[in-house]
Design a protein around this ligand. Structure first.
Ligand code: DX5
Ligand code: ZN
Length: 221
């Protein structure tokens, strides 16, 4: 039995109450805070950066923060997220001129390193860097926005990524991001994922009057 982890994407949280939202979702059983960084260049949307990550740490968040960098170039922001207290830092191979160097930069900063694969990005980017990875993140939507539908072909890609990770014998998490819902998570887990990002499916349960608003959705996962 794999060690399954749920990583709510705060992209769908209420940014005006972000600290409380993160506290609430962690209190309801979330394992990891998925932190989507978009630059309006690599992806057509603009979100949050290292200052917000640092603010969550100062607020008292001790759970792992999974910084998903949808930015180009990546190295300068990798350094800033190391300083801001990120736990995992993942980036898209197309966004780095020197993938091996960027991965090493993350590890040298004491963080866990990961590569992110868009739906049409081939897994061969894994070929020579398995020893530098702590996480492989497969996008099951095109990056940039929450609330999109899961692309079914990602299931085969998950099976292939699972085989590669198992064959490597290394301790590498296999994360899936985009369109994960209560009604498809079991199938996604069977295809090999162990870490599940869910944004809209979690935060649509918001009810500011009820301190336990995320309990039932987190239990359903
Ligand atoms: C998309 C982001 C995702 C997004 C997932 O570019 O990387 O993390 O927030 O949102 P849902 O779960 O709503 O598809
Ligand atoms: Zn993400």
């Amino acid at each position: 039995m794999r060690d399954f982890k749920i990583a709510p994407s705060i992209l769908s949280a209420d940014f005006a109450r972000l600290g409380q939202e993160v506290d609430d979702v962690l209190a309801s059983g979330a394992d990891i805070v998925h932190f989507d960084v978009m630059d309006n260049h690599y992806v057509p949307n603009l979100t949050i950066g290292p200052m917000v990550c640092e603010a969550l740490r100062k607020h008292g968040v001790t759970a792992p923060i999974d910084a998903h960098l949808m930015v180009k170039p990546v190295d300068d922001l990798i350094r800033q997220f190391i300083d801001a207290g990120a736990t995992y830092i993942t980036f898209h191979p197309e966004a780095s001129d020197h993938i091996d160097r960027s991965l090493q930069l993350i590890r040298d900063g004491g963080c866990q390193a990961g590569l992110v694969f868009n739906p049409a990005t081939p897994l061969h980017y894994l070929d020579y860097v398995m020893d530098k990875l702590d996480m492989v993140l497969l996008m099951s939507v095109n990056p940039g926005f929450g609330g999109q539908s899961f692309i079914p072909g990602t299931l085969d890609k998950l099976r292939e990524a699972r085989q590669r990770i198992d064959a490597s014998g290394r301790d590498i998490r296999l994360e899936i991001d985009g369109g994960v819902k209560v009604d498809n998570i079991a199938e996604i887990a069977r295809a090999g994922a162990d870490t599940f990002v869910a944004g809209s499916a979690v935060f649509k349960a918001r009810s500011n009057d009820d301190p336990h608003h995320y309990d039932s959705v987190m239990q359903a996962f």
